[in-house]
Design a protein around this ligand. Structure first.
Ligand code: RM4
Ligand code: MN
Ligand code: MN
Length: 430
């Protein structure tokens, strides 16, 4: 039997932390009541918040220089599911995981779905991978996949995406996320117009195979691994493609995939406006696609994104149904700790955004009172919502302090014993 954190340990640790939690929760409750906010309604909304964990995130990540493997890393998707389940067990924020193929390929998907169910996790969007050559693959993606100059390569990439949909159906997924590395390192390497034609042609074939209740998430990225141009470089190109494909195609925003200083919350607002926001890959960044932990560099930006989301939900924006996922690479931390912390920081931004007095904010905006508008926003951002987050977790059966319980449990050491290293393990992104 593989080790799982005992419920008794969570209960015991929660009991020890309860007096401080109750005191701080009561104080915040009084503070919010003075603003006319019922803390219970915020706790309820936070309790129903969910963000998917990437299966590739529970292995230690790396850079193009090196990967420093951690102890007890998952050796395959069954181990990854266990780690995802542990994150959910302690945080109650991550009921699903987002698998990546062929990294998570198995011979029996019914068995995989059953194991996930037994562990209490479901499956979110499936991710295809045509940015690497897989062993035994006939044609190479070195010069592109869905937009390769050779039709045979494009067809092979389309077939892989179709296979991802088939697998996803067996797992209960409802969306396919497509991110391609296609692009150019040299001006003149490819025709900027023709590659987009090929992208639309290839994705139209994938789109035609989508089940009726599925969505196609198109993920843009400005650069890397292509450094002169990428085919789906920005939200404008992504939106063009989504509109050409049809209503089931939407644009996925990975927070790390933009030029420095771009106003991401405004992009989010625009995509919501046209009913094309697929959802997010949350992470944080200082320079590029750094894949750092959500909220670790610029929590204010994360808050501003959630401010747009809460505003859209409040006004009942048509077609608003974003999927939330994390997409991070953990190079210097225990990935389970990073993912727990990131899920909590994402929920924190949501709770802070819920606290913004929208009527007062609109009043300031309508009166052209710039500073007051900013102050109403900041009032949400500057509220320490930690007692709300802890309360929602505790009520859901999670831990008041997930990282403390995780460390105390010795989970990582147990997994180190249970998971002897296998040669050629592919955990993490390098
Ligand atoms: C890419 C992109 C994709 C992710 C891969 C691993 O930069 O963010 O979403 O699947 O990395
Ligand atoms: Mn991503
Ligand atoms: Mn990325």
């Amino acid at each position: 039997m593989s080790y799982r954190i005992p419920a008794a340990l969570i209960a015991e640790e929660n009991a020890g932390a309860a007096p401080a939690q109750e005191d701080e929760y009561a104080a915040l409750s009084r503070k919010l009541a003075r603003r006319g906010v019922d803390i219970e309604s915020i706790v309820k909304q936070v309790a129903s918040f969910a963000v998917a964990v990437p299966t590739w995130g529970v292995g230690t990540g790396g850079t193009r220089f090196a990967r420093f493997a951690g102890p007890g890393e998952p050796r395959g998707v069954f181990d990854k599911l266990e780690d995802c389940a542990t994150i959910q067990q302690l945080t109650r924020l991550t009921p699903t995981c987002s698998p990546h193929f062929p990294w998570d390929k198995v011979s029996d998907y019914a068995e995989l779905a059953e194991r996930a169910k037994a562990l209490g996790v479901g499956f979110d969007a499936v991710n295809s991978n045509t940015f690497q050559d897989q062993s035994g693959q006939k044609l190479s993606y070195k010069f592109g996949s869905l937009t390769h100059a050779d039709k045979a390569v494009r067809s092979q990439a389309v077939a892989h995406n179709r296979e991802c949909i088939e697998i996803g159906e067996k797992l209960g997924s409802k969306a396919l996320t497509v991110w391609i590395a296609d692009g150019a390192n040299f001006a003149g390497q490819s025709n900027l117009n023709r590659v987009l034609d090929w992208y639309l042609e290839s994705t139209a074939e994938i789109y035609a195979d989508l089940p009726a209740d599925w969505r196609l998430f198109l993920e843009h990225k400005l650069y890397e691994p292509a450094f002169y141009s990428t085919v789906i470089s920005d939200w404008g190109t992504s939106l063009m493609a989504a509109e050409a494909l049809g209503p089931k195609a939407q644009c996925l925003v990975d927070l790390g995939h933009h030029a420095p200083n771009v106003n991401i919350e405004q992009i989010v607002s625009r995509l919501i406006r046209v009913g094309r926001l697929a959802g997010f890959h949350f992470n944080d960044s200082k320079y590029g696609d750094d894949d750092l932990d959500a909220g670790s560099i610029d929590p204010f930006r994360l808050f501003l994104v959630f401010n747009e989301l809460v505003d859209a939900a409040a006004r009942g924006a048509p077609g608003f149904n974003p999927a939330y996922m994390l997409d991070q690479s953990h190079n210097v931390t225990d990935p389970i700790e990073s993912l727990m912390q990131s899920a909590i920081e994402t929920a924190r931004a949501y709770a802070q955004a819920l606290l913004v007095d929208r009527a007062a904010l609109a009043g300031a905006q309508n009166a052209s009172d710039a500073l007051d508008g900013h102050r109403w926003l900041k009032a949400g951002f500057l509220t320490d919502v930690s007692p709300i987050l802890s309360e929602a977790r505790k009520r859901g059966g999670g831990a008041l302090d997930p990282i403390a319980v995780y460390r105390k449990s010795g989970y990582r050491t147990r997994k180190f014993e249970e998971r002897p290293a296998v040669a050629g393990s592919t955990s993490g992104i390098v």
